[in-house]
Design a protein around this ligand. Structure first.
Ligand code: SF4
Length: 257
């Protein structure tokens, strides 16, 4: 993983992602999810950086920037990285940003990593805090191909359990929903006592990019057949939405691209 240290001009960015502000300690992500929708931003980076997932920009002045500016409302972390990706273990950039951030905000963190547990002491100081874990049922080949460097789902469930024990609000971000590769009843069964609410998101094939589409077509042709046909995918989305609505759970949103 190539770490590029940069000095950012701003650390709080206005967002429409269901919060008022987004903070990205990094740009780029070592979890290397093949479907990552944030990879579009690689277009604006030098080609020498290499492939998405092999580099990460670390905003080394993030802790100072966050100290200079207070914002109101909800702050979301993060949109173009996982704030708890592997390099965070050494760099502690996310931790230092959180230490310096004004705690009078509602902080919402979405991650795939158990590293978030390291910072429970700081998270508890915020006026309001919630932590979401991306939960999907990728195992075996799908896990290796689609989320090679992210912790396994079983580990993410343990994170939810530990957050719950600490009385931190939690949610499950069930994404990306791919026909044939996601077992929703099983996910609900395993998470219903661990989360306060759910977000669901269907796969955005275009956003996931060409490399993902090619792998899906080769390795999971039945899934590809559905998501690459507007009519079949719509039918799948309609049926799955009905299934989601039949669960006795609190749903904050169902994202269909
Ligand atoms: S964890 Fe999120 S930001 Fe990181 S590679 Fe995966 S989808 Fe992209």
């Amino acid at each position: 993983m190539k770490i590029i240290e940069i000095k950012a001009k701003e650390i709080f960015t206005k967002t429409k992602l269901g919060a008022d502000w987004v903070v990205n300690p990094y740009a780029g992500c070592g979890h290397q999810c093949l479907y990552c929708y944030a990879k579009f931003m690689a277009k604006w980076r030098p080609v020498e950086y290499g492939k998405w997932g092999t580099w990460v920009e670390a905003k080394v002045n993030g802790p100072e920037l966050v100290q200079k500016k207070s914002v109101k409302g909800e702050v979301f972390m993060s949109s173009i990285c996982d704030a708890y990706q592997p390099v965070e273990k050494e760099l502690k950039l996310t931790r230092r940003i959180l230490e310096n951030m004004d705690k009078n905000v509602k902080l919402s963190i979405l991650t795939k990593s158990d590293l978030v547990l390291r910072d429970i002491d700081i998270l508890k100081k915020f006026y309001k805090i919630e932590v979401g874990l991306t939960i999907n049922s990728f195992i075996g080949k799908a896990k290796e191909l689609f989320e090679p460097k992210a912790p396994a789902t079983a580990k993410r469930l343990v994170v939810l359990q530990k957050l719950k024990e600490q009385e931190i609000a939690t949610y499950a971000f069930v994404s990306p929903i791919i026909p044939g590769l996601i077992d929703l009843p099983d996910i609900i069964n395993k998470t219903k006592n661990l989360v306060d609410y759910y977000w669901f998101e269907f796969l955005n094939l275009r956003g996931a990019g060409k490399d993902f589409a090619e792998v899906l077509k080769k390795e999971f042709p039945a899934s590809y057949k559905i998501v690459s046909s507007a009519a079949l995918y719509q039918e799948f989305i309609d049926q799955t939405t009905n299934l989601i609505n039949s669960f006795n759970i609190k749903i904050r949103g169902i994202v269909k691209h």
